[in-house]
Write a protein that binds this ligand. Structure first.
Ligand code: GH3
Ligand code: MG
Ligand code: MG
Ligand code: MG
Ligand code: MG
Length: 312
């Protein structure tokens, strides 16, 4: 039989439980020039616990997309002076929305015209009128699938943390947010100490366990609103919004203490692992890359000064 990946299974169950607890059943944006109809669909979806947002002015569509970040877009084709087909094409020009599922919710039932409409880059049709129950279930299923796909795209398979490019983006996005909102945020770069030795002594598979364990520890100890990424092989990048550098230093030192106390075991021998970390205040810089560079510099200092610690 196929080997069961227990840590992964447990993690998936945890995610599922969290989702159920949070009642997240999807996040959908509805574009229809008939404002009342759009609002009606929203109410129907909200009654099923789905987050829904109505847009009736197509000209605001792009900014609304950025603000709401839907998992699914339901769009009418005939939008007064505008065309849903052109809008779909416009959305697809933006790399950011390349994988956003776009579903036409339209009374168009001619297959030829439907096909032509799909050429704009939308994915499929739901035909109006649509029953409330059908609408709810159609949205739930598509949101669930969209989330699975975006996890696959944006997350690292070993740790399920954000991938390099995604966490880098997150640093820059938080820089913009905290500058606008005038609050303090912090980025932390972590690197496992003497990891080559861990691999060489205990084997690559044990090395993977260590990486995964640190990932889980970070996930458990940080907030839901913090972003955690696997920056490289045994390097992690963390974004802590609404956090002062001194608080980040205490927080990461506490996590380091817990991590260093963990007993890893291989062939009945026990070993311990530590990490080093560098902290940078996001607000101090004018670009995401500079922030990561500063955190890397602090990390390097820590490595030079004996590792197993956090440096500001
Ligand atoms: P330092 O304390 O200076 O950071 O020493 P180090 O040995 O950790 O530094 P270095 O960056 O040279 O080594 C990192 C090693 O991590 C090298 C690479 O083979 C290993 N590595 C990278 N990705 C993975 C992975 O996914 N799994 C395992 N097991 N090892 C990995
Ligand atoms: Mg219309
Ligand atoms: Mg390294
Ligand atoms: Mg290194
Ligand atoms: Mg290392």
């Amino acid at each position: 039989s196929a080997p069961v990946d227990l840590p992964e299974l447990v993690e998936r169950l945890e995610t599922l439980v969290q989702e159920l607890a949070a009642g997240t059943k999807g996040r959908v944006m509805i574009v229809d020039d008939d404002r009342e109809l759009a609002e009606h669909y929203c109410l129907v979806l909200k009654s099923a616990g789905i987050e829904a947002h109505a847009v009736s002015d197509p000209l605001t569509l792009l900014s609304e997309l950025y603000a709401f970040e839907p998992e699914l877009l339901l769009m009418d084709i005939e939008l007064g002076a505008h065309s849903g087909v052109i809008l779909a094409r416009m959305i697809r020009f933006h790399a950011r929305w390349l994988s956003l599922p776009i579903v036409y919710l339209s009374s168009e039932d001619d297959p030829e015209r439907q096909l032509r409409a799909l050429s704009g880059g939308a994915d499929e049709f739901l035909v109006k009128p649509i029953s409330e129950d059908y609408l709810i279930r159609a949205v739930q299923m598509r949101c669930h699938r969209a989330r699975q796909l975006s996890e696959l795209m944006n997350r690292d398979s070993l740790t399920r943390l954000l991938k390099h490019s995604v966490i880098k983006q997150e640093v820059e996005r938080e820089r913009q947010r905290c500058t606008r909102g005038d609050y303090s945020s912090v980025a932390v770069l972590l690197d496992i100490d003497h990891f080559k030795q861990v691999n060489d002594t205990w084997g690559h598979a044990q090395g993977d366990v260590v990486i995964r364990t640190l990932a889980n520890l970070l996930r458990n100890r940080l907030r839901e609103s913090d972003a955690i990424g696997r920056y490289g092989g045994e390097e992690f990048l963390v974004v802590l919004p609404h956090c002062e550098p001194s608080a980040a230093l205490r927080l990461m030192s506490g996590i380091l203490e817990s991590f260093s106390e963990l007993e890893f075991s291989s062939e009945e021998e026990v070993f311990h692992v530590t990490f080093s970390a560098g902290v940078a205040k996001i607000n101090d810089f004018s670009a995401g890359d500079q922030i990561i560079e500063a955190a890397d510099k602090a990390l390097y200092e820590r490595k030079r000064n004996g590792r197993n610690g956090v440096t500001l």
